[in-house]
Design a protein around this ligand. Sequence first.
Ligand SMILES: Cc1cc2nc3c(=O)[nH]c(=O)nc-3n(C[C@H](O)[C@H](O)[C@H](O)COP(=O)(O)O)c2cc1C
Length: 342
Amino acid sequence: MGRQERKREHLKHAVSEELTCADFHDVHFVHNCLPETAYHALDLSTTVAGLKLPCPLLLNAVTGGVEEAEEVNGGLAEVARALGLAMAVGSQTAALENPEYSGTFTVVRRVNPKGVVFANVGADVDADQAQRAVEMVEADALQVHLNAGQELLMKEGDRDFRGRRKRLADIIRKVSVPVIVKETGCGIAREQAAIIQELGAAAIDVGGRGGTNFLQIESKRSQQKVSADLLQWGIPTPLAILEAKNGAPELDLIAAGGINTGLLAAKAIALGAKAVAVAGLAVKTLLAEGREALLARLMQLLEELKIVMLLTGSTSVPQLQQVPLVITGFVREWMAARRLVR
Ligand SMILES: Cc1cc2nc3c(=O)[nH]c(=O)nc-3n(C[C@H](O)[C@H](O)[C@H](O)COP(=O)(O)O)c2cc1C
């Protein structure tokens, strides 16, 4: 099956995915009944990979390289422009190989000329290709995705992951913009986060388990029989944030993987993220209900984030990162087993 058909199927399956990371239930805020702040004073600005962002919500990489992607990316870019959100394009490999597809990515820059845009490639490309991807969309940063789990469940996927660290190091050294290393749903553990920091990346998108599940999507596509438990492989998003924070304390963290409400966004920030990213929620709402509905849904998410900021007495994102939390259950046990600190 060709790449285009795969991309079409990803969009189709994403719309039917359940999207919420249940493990955030183990993370509890402590209500502050005397918040010394005001709604109008709340400051949502944040910094990721050296980029100052007005809002800690990003639209994550979703698509490109197939005809219908131009409309999807155009729609997402309009919403990003309206709300002042940074946005990533999907993997640009198709357009690197065939320039005919570049319009499905460059639409994002055309619609949102002043916005913050992230380019996106896999760790199998070389530094020259990565730089071309950056230039194609005049990107402010480059996302390099890691997705070994997905590849293994794809019939046509990669089976040999040797040499990726070296390629990653090369990309980080040579491209003209900061590099964000991201997972796509299995999370990033402390040990690999430490390597990514050592290689000189600017930020990590933890891409934890609990949202869009590419293992499930690929096993459905390939009709490969995989045990149900194996399809739940990976580090749940709240733990992926803590793992990455403990392994790469100097890097900015983006939380992603099943974040679909302002409350979950607030919990992700309180655990250590400087911003949160949504992919499945955005594409699902856009395709099923349209741009206005997506705009409304994201505004509601930001509204809820602000309510939680107020009820924890936080005026800013850095203050929300410091509020007391109670961590229970599985998340607490994992933290103890792995000696993770918040
Ligand atoms: C339809 C679809 C296509 C995606 N394609 C890409 C991609 O090309 N490159 C990439 O880095 N991530 C891709 N992702 C992964 C997302 O960027 C994100 O890491 C993942 O979906 C987890 O976030 P979510 O739970 O909010 O969906 C895709 C996600 C979806 C839903």
